[in-house]
Design a protein around this ligand. Sequence first.
Ligand code: GRG
Length: 299
Amino acid sequence: MNPDVAWPIWSRERAQRVESALDRALPAADESPQPLHAAMRYAVLGSGKRVRALLAYAAGELAGADPGVVDHAAVAVELIHAYSLIHDDLPCMDDDVLRRGKPTCHVAHGEAMALLAGDALQTLAFEVLAKAPLPHTQTQARAQIALLATAAGSRGMAGGQALDLSHVGDALSLSELERMHALKTGALIQAALRLGAGCGRMLDRTESDALDRYAAAVGLGFQVVDDVLDVEGTAQSLGKTAGKDAMQGKPTYVSLLGLSPAKERVAELRDEAHTSLFAFGARARRLNELADWIALRKN
Ligand code: GRG
């Protein structure tokens, strides 16, 4: 966790909560096939900021949800996220050796096992969600599963990754860059918020639109900060290779806008996130804190 930004006790407690829930959801390392289960646990447990899980819990609070119910949503989004990081680091994609401060999954466990670990984490996410004791009808529970599937699939994260890979070396416009990140990073962040909120009372249309505006602002803000940190961070502070975007000729907010305007954009997006939640009052406290943290993070 970032020592430069005060991490609220609430976030610390929820990060520990999802860590335990992830531990319980994952097969034991000594369960056969051990090499696969060891690779899955290696990629998921012990590190990661758990931003998506925290967003799910915070959106759950907005809707008055029991954290015990939100656990399933938080686990499901973190499993999808961990799978995406394993696959993103593979030699056929970003070919990276460092993730979360340790060797990437394929470096530690071999390429074949890493590929399978990613596959199995993705399916485990849906198993967890399908078994969740949601406080609503079967139709609403199915909608939660469909929501995550769409966010992770070709119209969401995987589609964004495909666009990213196909644009290396290209000069993108700002709107093309934003579309790519809305899919690659934003779709899962939006899903985390919608799933968390969906564990509580049904939000009305105005409320769910406001939550989606918040999701768009923090999703984009998260990505712009990622681009800034790729320039300003170090492998030690980030726990992953720094300076990769420029090395690979990837279009980023920094390459398109410059460093200072990119930082100004982060501040604007943080304001947008706060404004979108204004009508919720104190119920949005945790979401507002997370928007601050996302804007100020250093890793
Ligand atoms: C392989 C289908 C597929 C998708 C990969 C998420 C993703 C798409 C790629 C990861 C590469 C990357 C740097 C994306 C931009 C922002 C991002 C998602 C960073 C990693 O998320 P953090 O910072 O990671 O929340 P931790 O380790 O803290 O969980």
